[in-house]
Design a protein around this ligand. Structure first.
Ligand code: IPE
Ligand code: IPE
Ligand code: MG
Length: 255
């Protein structure tokens, strides 16, 4: 089975850092520090698996309402990641992008993001996106407004929406993984997840491993994705019809 036929774009809600730390009687930020240290491994695994795109939810629009200390730690961890992973990203020809509103991030971090995005924009390797200051509703509102500015007359279409999303060529999500045990979407990639397979694992993000990631990809790639068609059940129906026809013929003969 070639997993890449079915799963090209994986999105992950990296949840459970705070609880992971609290379970160990540590402050929540400790969980974020541990959580950010495994991101590099998961990116590498996505690359090894030949995925086309990996989108990681790192900070939502709703996360702005967390205590300032926690928010600042998350900003610092993003900056550290950018500094530490730069060389590897360039070496592996990964196309890096941040989606979301980063206007409130400190200037040096924004500069690092811009620089890495520019340097990697033509790379053909894994499309790695960090959703930071990201909200699915914001993304859609932003897309509609962007479009409306230049098209006052024409009705808005699905293609228009796609062309105006934060990253138009990212494509639909094939698989959403959420760690941490909760089973919800939390305002992530609302448009792109219309037909995503969903996988919720109780593992808290700092304990998530390459092996679990790979296992999930293989498990989900065995699922039948029907996209509204009747797929494999069609042949089942046909065989039922055939069996019924045979029965009717038999009934005729033995009447
Ligand atoms: C996910 O972990 C990281 C972010 C939301 C930034 P949480 O901080 O939400 O951890 P839990 O869900 O409270 O355990
Ligand atoms: C979702 O996790 C956002 C990120 C992982 C970045 P949250 O912990 O913020 O989501 P809720 O509050 O449980 O929905
Ligand atoms: Mg959470």
């Amino acid at each position: 089975m070639n997993i890449n036929d079915k799963i090209k774009h994986v999105a992950i809600i990296m949840d459970g850092n705070g609880r992971w730390a609290q379970n160990r009687c540590r402050p929540r930020v400790w969980g974020h520090i541990r959580g950010s240290s495994i991101v590099s491994d998961i990116v590498e695994e996505a690359d090894d698996l030949g995925l086309h795109a990996l989108t990681l939810y790192a900070f939502s629009t709703e996360n702005w309402s967390r205590p300032l200390g926690e928010v600042t730690t998350l900003f610092n961890l993003l900056k550290k990641f950018l500094l530490k992973e730069r060389r590897k990203i360039l070496k592996n020809r990964v196309r890096f992008k941040v989606i979301g509103d980063v206007s409130n991030l400190p200037l040096p971090t924004r500069e690092l993001i811009n620089k890495l995005e520019k340097e990697t924009k033509d790379f053909k390797g894994l499309k790695l996106s960090f959703a930071f200051g990201y909200g699915g509703r914001n993304e859609m509102i932003n897309a509609v407004n962007k479009w409306a500015q230049s098209n006052p007359e024409r009705p808005f279409s699905e293609e228009d929406m796609e062309a105006n999303l934060y990253q138009p060529d990212l494509g639909d999500v094939d698989l959403l993984i959420r760690t941490g045990g909760d089973q919800r979407i939390s305002n992530f990639l609302l448009w792109q997840m219309a037909y995503a397979e969903l996988f919720f694992t109780p593992t808290k993000w700092p304990d998530f491993t390459r092996e679990e990631f790979r296992g999930i990809i293989y498990q989900v790639s065995g699922r039948e994705r029907r996209f509204g068609t009747i797929g494999a059940t069609e042949s089942l129906d046909e065989s039922c019809l055939l069996a019924r026809k045979n029965l009717e013929e038999l009934n005729q003969i033995y009447r």
